[in-house]
Design a protein around this ligand. Structure first.
Ligand code: F0G
Length: 454
């Protein structure tokens, strides 16, 4: 059969409250043209993020009831730890309340002034946690990974030559080498198994631990299976195990590829570092057998990890994004190529060439998606990155709008509706106006800035 169906039936539903365009115009005005300020029940299709927004399965809800809330030594922790180690064979698994807490603990221990940490591209919380210790976060993704229109099967790959030069010149300052899979900031693009092995070999040659940010590990494994020579006949679980067998540790947000609404972990092989991490965990998160989570959350993650490596699910997952992307291509809406694992990234600067970067074309498009269709997306461009340390404004490298797909939440007709919203906008796009910032904090301004149309 040609149609890739949603490989699940729906047992519990959440109603979507319908709104009119006039109502949304008013709500947008009241939210000062910042979609983070909207109430989510005023949103029809919420593509703000794929993080923590998954639909849990019946088995996950059953696991929640099984959750044991003992302060120490909970069997929920044992199930969680076994589920992680089944896929990622690290010696120590340390639960945290979400991914950035794992990052904060790790970089508290190995960051600090003068240190430099290379990765393909650090996600913003990773970068933020590294920089908060005074260390420097360095992005060394391959050149194709910086070009939205370049077709390449593994645009999340590390530039191995650049990494080698970097390590040769800075070895003393480097406490670890990182790799984000998939590379969220670069469009949800995967790294190949070959590249993961290449990064691991370089890290080993320079005596540095190799840490994977594994938030979307199953999507990465799916792309390896589909796109890497010799991998097509292999099982996803085996590819996942091969990816992590190369590493000395990982940070994880269970809000992505573990189907959980909250949670994360830090995993390490180094006994001494793990001991320090647990000490820090007790100070900041909680006892090492719950780490900022309830026992029931640990059980939901344990079950989610069994479900996420299902190949029918992954086929449907990636197909949803391809389906939207193919239809956007037909409308002439430029996008990051190839399609990412968790999102479609639209090139707003190319779609709205009459709006200059400093009038925030990404935000203009995101606001139009909400006004015309009630679709909430996220600007990743000059509003997010344009403010310079000296307070001046500079266009970001790209002005993108991310349509992030929550896991197992929306159906094909929801996808059709999103495309139809784009079609509406395409027919009036020359009339869309840019925006100006009325009020904004100096850091992470996109979350709370107030804007007005020009
Ligand atoms: N690493 C990557 C690659 C991420 O995408 C995220 C979160 C984190 C780390 C942090 O995890 O949210 O559990 O603390 N990304 C979300 C997003 C917020 O919308 O892309 P967290």
């Amino acid at each position: 059969m040609k149609t890739i169906i949603e490989p699940f039936r729906i047992k519990t539903v959440e109603p979507i409250r319908m709104t009119t365009r006039d109502e949304r115009k008013r709500l947008l005005h009241e939210a000062h043209y910042n979609l983070f300020a909207l109430h989510s029940d005023d949103v029809l299709i919420d593509l703000l993020t794929d993080s923590g927004t998954s639909a849990m399965s019946a088995e996950q809800w059953a696991a929640i009831m099984r959750g044991d809330e003992s302060y120490a030594g909970s069997p929920s922790f044992a199930r969680f730890e076994a589920a992680v180690k089944n896929l990622m064979p690290f010696a120590h698994v340390i639960p945290t309340h979400q991914g950035r807490a794992a990052e904060a603990i790790l970089f508290h221990l190995i960051g600090g002034p003068g240190r430099k940490i290379p990765s393909n591209t650090h996600f913003d919380t990773t970068r933020g946690n590294i920089e908060a210790t005074g260390a420097e976060a360095v992005d060394l993704v391959i050149a194709e990974g910086r070009d939205p229109s370049a077709e390449h099967p593994f645009k999340g790959n590390m530039d191995l030559a650049a990494l080698e030069t970097f390590l040769r010149e800075n070895a003393d300052a480097v406490p670890c080498v990182m790799l984000t899979i998939t590379n969220n900031a670069g469009g949800g693009q995967p790294a190949s198994l070959e590249n993961i092995r290449g990064v691991a070999a370089l890290a080993r040659a320079f005596g540095k631990p190799f840490i994977i940010d594994g938030c979307r590990f199953a999507e990465n494994a799916w792309f390896v299976k589909q796109r890497e020579p010799g991998q097509r006949a292999r099982k996803i679980v085996d590819i996942v195990r091969d990816m992590f067998a190369e590493a000395d540790g990982m940070t994880m947000s269970a809000k992505k590829d573990a189907f959980a609404n909250i949670g994360g972990w830090l995993a390490l092989n180094d006994d001494a570092l793990a001991r320090e991490a647990r000490t820090r965990l007790i100070q900041t998160e909680g006892f090492p057998t719950y780490g900022g989570l309830a026992g029931r959350d640990l059980d939901a993650i344990a079950q989610g990890l069994k479900e996420i490596v299902d190949e029918d699910y992954l086929a449907y997952r990636v197909r949803t994004n391809e389906y939207i992307a193919e239809r956007l291509d037909a409308l002439g809406a430029p996008r990051v190529r190839p399609v990412g694992g968790h999102a479609v990234f639209v090139d707003a600067r190319a779609f709205l060439p009459h709006i200059p970067p400093l009038a925030y074309p990404g935000q203009a498009l995101a606001c139009a998606l909400y006004e015309y269709g009630g679709v909430r997306s996220c600007e990743i461009g000059t509003l997010m990155f344009g403010r310079q340390p000296d307070g001046s404004e500079k266009p970001a490298a790209m002005d993108l709008v991310r349509l992030a797909m929550p896991r197992r939440v929306y159906t094909q007709s929801h996808a059709d509706y999103v495309v139809e919203t784009f079609a509406e906008i395409a027919s009036v796009k020359n009339r869309l106006r840019g925006l100006r910032i009325v009020e904004a904090p100096p850091a992470l301004r996109h979350f709370t800035a107030k804007l007005a149309p020009l």
